[in-house]
Design a protein. Structure first.
Lengths: 138, 138
DNA sequence: CTTGACCCTAATGTTAACTTTAGGGTTTAT
DNA sequence: ATAAACCCTAAAGTTAACATTAGGGTCAAG
């Protein structure tokens, strides 16, 4: 129950088996232990890692960037606290910018959906670009 | 001064000329007017459109999704307010989810950068994965 | 003891989003 | 009037992030 075969990992993370092997080749997942027959054996921990990758990806991080986030762990043992803190803070301000951008899109969409009466008539006045233009975004 | 040639549009949006033509082929930009010599002539408005595309893309929206957002404008003239409102609200809840995810990554990173003393010693205790594992993200 | 569901590697194929190339006109500055 | 800097189309090439295929072992159930 402790170790997972690749198919189990795939099923519980909803990621294809081939994708997991691909992540391994791309160094996003460490090479797992192998059973006597050559099968990959993953610890439970890997579940979290894979889910993290998928979520980060849905947020627009490339595998490259995700690798950098994950390397904060590995590198932590080899680099100074100062360096790690620097990387973390870079990513942090990056994330904060994204949040602000998303929030301005959010408010534009909200205004739009709000203005929109929702009735059966033609909706000539509804435009997300107009909402974004009119001050919602700088 | 009113109409832009493709090179000017490219320069002021920091997008390659070929990319602008690609967006046109992909229906992300309407086909612009042409000068007598066949050159594309863009109205100022296009600046906003291109910048919107680029920002949305940086947030992890695919060109497909961006097209849908932009079509809220075009479609508005052809569809009922009800339909437009529906699309807007779908996108809205999508955007709100993304914001929540980003915020949990934000707080994980902030905690990490905070705990990290920032000093010159080895940072074995700093692990973004640990933070992410420990409930910062569901 | 075989059939179906797994697992393996290595290689090739696919899709999105571009970029580059080829081949050719146009405009602008000298 | 010619070189440098633009513009055009059509087509082929590139990269990231997978998915699929080929060819082959492994294991649990009946």
């Amino acid at each position: 129950m402790s170790m997972l075969k690749i198919g189990q990992l795939a099923k519980s993370t909803n990621v294809a088996v081939a994708t997991l092997r691909y992540y391994e080749a791309q160094k996003l997942l460490q090479r797992p232990a192998r059973a006597a027959n050559g099968y990959r054996l993953y610890p439970q921990e890997t579940l979290t890692q894979v889910r993290f990758i998928k979520r980060a990806q849905a947020l627009g991080f490339s595998l490259q960037e995700i690798r950098e986030l994950l390397f904060l762990k590995v590198e932590a043992t080899r680099h100074s606290c100062h360096e790690v803190k620097q990387v973390a803070e870079d990513k942090l301000s990056n994330v904060r910018e994204r949040i602000l951008e998303l929030q301005s899109i959010e408010s534009a969409l909200a205004t739009l959906a709000n203005k929109c009466c929702g009735g059966p008539e033609m909706a000539a006045g509804c435009s997300i670009l107009r909402e974004l233009d009119e001050g919602a975004i700088k």
